[in-house]
Design a protein around this ligand. Structure first.
Ligand code: 7PJ
Length: 277
């Protein structure tokens, strides 16, 4: 089966796994260089990830890490729109990581070709905002909200609950006119999940892929890898590569990562070995 994801003016060929580079456009707490400095730093990092083989760049201006506070809409727009505009002008396939309908619309108007929503378009107006564009949408499962989601999350059968939720959200998208070939599903590793939940979701990834929607997996540097290895975020590269390959081997077609160069190499080797699958 060959899958092509319709992303606005781009068509992303998913006949092999693709790498999404993570670009956080948040104020640098170690500098007082202001917005221009933050923007140039972000653009440099995005260009480096593209040169390293990233297929798309996920631009985010709101931290959704466990415990993070919400960001004001005007601040989020001011952070992400200039960066999206410039990267799209340079020809990159740009994704916007946001929950807010107004940011989705402005980002697509500035050239974003994918809307990546950790909230699966559940905020009022988000479904309609996405449907008003021709961008792809990544629907991610999250239990609760970032501020409190790691407070004792509990499930019956986590893989089934996550899959059923995502298929229901995909159907809600299709009902509003978002074509099936624009939809990506993501189990949302670390978003209201314990280590055991994350491992169960990874093992069950083939069942999510069997829905027929392309699957995106984001495990890069996440705390589950820290729990397994005892390493802080900056030392989780090896764990992140193992997790990315495990996800790809179980059917993920896009991996969302910080370390693009290393992940691209790992997937190239994995793909070469598996050519005759
Ligand atoms: C994810 C995301 C993820 C998608 C973040 C982090 C936390 N979007 N945004 N999937 N994670 N689709 O990168 O550690 O797993 S922010």
């Amino acid at each position: 089966m060959t899958t092509t994801l319709a992303c606005g003016r781009h068509a992303l060929d998913l006949s092999r796994p693709r790498v999404m580079g993570i670009l956080n456009v948040t104020p640098d707490s170690f500098s007082d260089g202001g917005r221009f400095f933050d923007r140039e730093r972000a653009l440099d990092q995005a260009r480096r990830m593209l040169a390293d083989g990233a297929d798309l760049i996920d631009v985010g201006g709101e931290s959704t890490r466990p415990g993070a506070a919400a960001v004001d809409e005007a601040d989020e727009l001011a952070r992400v729109i200039p960066v999206i505009d410039e990267l799209a002008r340079e020809g990159a396939l740009v994704s916007v990581d946001t929950m807010k309908p107004a940011v989705m619309r402005a980002a697509v108007a500035a050239g974003a070709a994918m809307i990546n929503d950790v909230n699966a378009l559940r905020l009022p107006g988000a479904l309609e905002a996405a449907a008003s564009t021709d961008a792809a949408v990544c629907l991610m499962h999250m239990r609760g909200e970032p501020r409190t989601m790691q407070d004792a999350p509990a499930y019956g059968d986590v893989a089934t609950e996550v899959r059923d939720f995502l298929v229901e959200r995909a159907q809600a998208c299709e009902a509003l006119g978002i074509a099936r070939d624009r939809i990506v599903l993501d189990p949302g590793f670390g978003f209201g999940k314990t280590l055991a939940h994350n491992l169960a979701l990874l093992r069950a990834l083939p069942e999510l892929a069997a829905t027929g929607y392309p699957v995106l997996a984001g495990l890069s540097r996440k705390s589950s890898l820290g729990a397994i290895t005892g390493r802080p975020p900056g030392e989780r590269l090896a764990g992140s590569l193992a997790a990315a390959l495990a996800a790809v081997a179980r059917g993920a077609l896009i991996v969302r990562v910080h370390d693009v160069r290393e992940t691209v190499d790992a997937i190239k080797v994995w793909t070469a070995i598996g050519r005759d699958r």
